[in-house]
Design a protein around this ligand. Structure first.
Ligand SMILES: Nc1ncnc2c1ncn2[C@@H]1O[C@H](COP(=O)(O)OP(=O)(O)O)[C@@H](O)[C@H]1O
Ligand code: SF4
Ligand SMILES: [Mg+2]
Length: 353
């Protein structure tokens, strides 16, 4: 985990990011009848050398945010500013140069590596697009260095993905993400497909690489316990928006949004006695469809505190009025009309990694 760097100019600033997928009807005359609002107004900053964890249930828009950050999807609206420049407006050579600096590590190391390519070709593939980073004669050596850096034997360079375990495959995915020496890595649930015993090893590797290569991370997970060890700040997403964001300790020990509190109440607690003291918040109902987002607060259909105001008024992501004049840990951004501090799990009981 890096020291806080948010005081400096952020390396990445995301403002009003939106991705709506049109829902159409008709075969001959396609007519738009609605939209899947996968990402519906996301703002965040990423400081140089910092790790921002983004957490939320499946389907809340995390991968769509990740794909827009690395330009695999074009935003419907909003800005992605890299060192002050809006990447969404760039094209051609300027876009290519920025893309080199923002790389992605994918969720599933079983499907994201081409089974017919050798590990050397997989890791070296980005050099085909950016030959200036590694001249042809030097690529093999560079790939072997990368294998070494991620803890794999450089002699494995001619092997195929199926000859590796899940954890090793994700190391290959990470090596590939590093090939162009990016400044930012967007890791989309990089450990979700791995056994619990291997998850910590991969997270520790990413932690080490962060200092070694001065990387900034956007680290996505569906479980708050996974990002705790590595994140400086955390953003909790629900139905296409960030509903609470703050520094690590603010989110884990002083959550004020009912959704974050519910997610924390589901984090596994190893000590049976502590488990008994922990309050379990069970959310009612299913996550609504992103094609049909509830009015007012989008969390209201599952919130145990929902009141009339929640259906009428969209809560903004800001420091809630009741905490605005105190400097304590509850004074962080939370999109709830009735934000209150609630310690869900005794802090010492939360798993540290
Ligand atoms: N290409 C697409 N067309 C239509 N809907 C999509 C597309 N990609 C994702 N979605 C929808 O957008 C929502 C968010 O998806 P995603 O970003 O993958 O969520 P997460 O990564 O948090 O699980 C989901 O409801 C998903 O079905
Ligand atoms: S605004 Fe209302 S519905 Fe939304 S989280 Fe707060 S209390 Fe719940
Ligand atoms: Mg996803």
């Amino acid at each position: 985990m890096a020291e806080s760097t948010t005081a400096a100019e952020p390396i990445l600033q995301v403002r009003g990011l939106v991705k709506h997928y049109p829902l159409t009807q008709g075969i001959l005359f396609r007519k738009q009848v609605g939209a899947v609002k996968a990402v519906d107004g996301v703002d965040f900053d990423l400081g140089a050398g910092e790790t921002l964890g983004i957490v939320g249930e499946s389907g809340c828009g995390k991968s769509t945010v990740a794909k827009m950050l690395v330009n695999l999807e074009r935003p419907t609206a909003g800005e992605i500013r890299y060192k002050g420049e809006d990447v969404t407006k760039l094209s051609g050579r300027a876009l290519k140069a920025v893309r080199r600096n923002i790389q992605m590590v994918f969720q599933d190391p079983y499907t994201s590596l081409n089974p017919r390519m050798t590990v050397g070709d997989i890791i070296g593939e980005p050099y085909e697009i950016h030959p200036e980073v590694a001249p042809k004669g030097d690529r093999r050596r560079q790939v072997q260095d990368l294998l070494d850096v991620v803890g794999l034997n450089p002699e494995y360079i001619n092997r195929y993905p199926h000859q590796f375990s899940g954890g090793q495959r994700q190391r290959i995915g990470i090596a590939r993400g590093l090939a162009l020496r990016p400044e930012i890595i967007v890791a989309d649930e990089p450990v979700s497909a791995l056994d619990v015993s291997v998850q910590a090893q991969v997270i520790n590797l990413m932690d080490r690489l962060q200092s070694e290569f001065a990387l900034s991370y956007v680290f996505i997970a569906h479980d708050l316990s996974i990002v705790r060890h590595i994140s400086d700040r955390v953003g909790v997403m629900y139905l296409g928006r960030i509903v609470e964001t703050g520094r690590d300790a603010e989110i884990y020990d002083h959550p004020t949004h009912p959704y974050t509190q519910a997610l924390l109440s589901a984090v596994p607690v190893p000590d049976p006695e502590a488990r008994e003291h922990r309050e379990r918040i069970i959310l009612s109902g299913d996550v609504p469809s992103p094609a049909n987002i509830p009015s007012g607060c989008r969390f209201r259909t599952r919130c145990w505190k929902a009141a009339e105001r929640c259906a009428m008024e969209v809560p903004l992501l800001a420091v809630p009025a009741e905490f605005r004049y105190e400097a304590g840990p509850a004074a962080h951004d939370s999109a709830c009309h009735f934000a209150e501090e609630k310690q869900v799990v005794p802090p010492e009981e939360l798993p540290k990694s």
